[in-house]
Design a protein. Structure first.
Ligand code: SF4
Ligand code: SF4
Length: 338
């Protein structure tokens, strides 16, 4: 098998970074997320490949939190696009866990399939390679195994690395992964090392039948009870690796400016407010219900898989202890026609 000695990891990252912008999980002060390896500062940053999940997922690599789209110029009543800012510079996400890989694969479905193609997403994603870090010791809030993710062999990765003590086992899974592997071939060795032992999940989640049952629960009183603690702060949506709602806004100086998009949240009242003033999800409960139905029912109906990847981040960050695992259990136990 191919291995990369951990002693050569930084050399490998430097080498990969010469032709791609490599994003790695870092602890940077009080923040943790995927940052460009070019910005790594030994005195300030800590590489977090051994940690389970950093606070922010790598979704910002393919769907930046703020993204310039078009340059525009107005002449009287006419507005013309004079520039398009599609960004196709090559990127590598290095060390994503299976849950975060699934988040990107889910966004691929939304932005690239069913006759809809988002050219901005497409530009970034087509120049993006994913090097996944197989997960052998799930954390206390992890439940990806219940959400159709294989943490040991995540679907959608171009390369999978496995932490084997002093080495990473290195396995290319796609032609793109083979090309990246070839670019650091001089740093890889052929060596037999022992695979890490997979530890059991501490949290048991049974998602079977939940999506189907939710079809009959739109008006169920359970939503009043479950939504009650939620303050609609939106934190769960910002840290979620598969939430992709955005808003498009415009910035003008005189007759020229640009359009940009920025992450938004279905938990915010303004998100669903219509130009005429109406709002189909004006009440906090309606927005809460939308988020969980989208994650657990609607996306599965449309794309065949839940939109939750079981990363557990929303459980950790929620200031009012809303817990998607408890919601799944409550739906399982709920009586219909209650
Ligand atoms: S983090 Fe918690 S309180 Fe905030 S919007 Fe999400 S569920 Fe509601
Ligand atoms: S809904 Fe929560 S557990 Fe599921 S993928 Fe999003 S942040 Fe992770």
């Amino acid at each position: 098998m191919k291995v990369l000695s951990k002693a050569k990891l930084q050399t490998a990252l430097n080498k990969l970074n010469a032709h791609n912008e490599v994003f790695v999980p870092l602890q940077r002060g009080s923040q943790s997320g995927y940052f460009s390896w070019s910005s790594f500062d030994d005195g300030r940053d800590q590489l977090m490949l051994e940690a389970l999940n950093v606070y922010q997922s790598p979704k910002n690599v393919v769907l930046p939190q703020t993204e310039k789209m078009y340059g525009i110029k107005s002449q009287g009543m006419e507005v013309n696009i004079d520039q398009t800012f599609e960004d196709a510079h090559p990127t590598i996400i290095f060390g994503a866990r299976g849950c975060d890989v699934k988040g990107i694969i889910a966004m691929d479905e939304v932005f690239l399939t069913r006759g809809y193609e988002d050219s901005f997403y497409k530009a970034r994603r087509s120049a993006n390679t994913i090097i996944a870090n197989a997960c052998y010791a799930p954390g206390a809030n992890c439940f990806c195994n219940a959400m159709e993710v294989d943490p040991l062999d995540p679907a959608g990765a171009d390369v999978i690395i496995r932490d084997a003590g002093t080495d990473y086992i290195w396995e290319a899974k796609t032609a793109q992964g083979e090309a990246i592997t070839a670019s650091i071939a001089d740093l890889l060795e052929e060596k037999e090392v022992k695979l890490p032992e997979a530890k059991p999940f501490t949290q048991q989640v049974d998602f079977s039948g939940v999506a189907e049952k939710l079809k009959d629960m739109f008006e169920h009183p359970l939503w009043d009870q479950m939504a009650q603690p939620c303050i609609n702060c939106g934190m769960c949506t910002y840290v979620c690796p598969s939430c992709y709602c955005f808003d498009i806004q415009v910035k003008m100086w005189g007759d020229h400016g640009y359009r940009f998009r920025a992450w938004d949240s279905c938990m915010f009242e303004e998100y669903s407010r219509e130009a005429g003033g109406g709002n189909p999800r004006g009440a906090a409960k309606e927005r809460f219900r939308q988020r969980f139905l989208h994650k657990l029912e609607f996306f599965k109906e449309r794309y065949g898989t839940p939109l939750c990847t079981g990363c557990g981040r929303c459980i950790i960050v929620c200031p009012t202890d809303v817990n998607i695992v408890r919601i799944i259990a409550a739906v399982k136990e709920a009586e219909l026609n209650a």
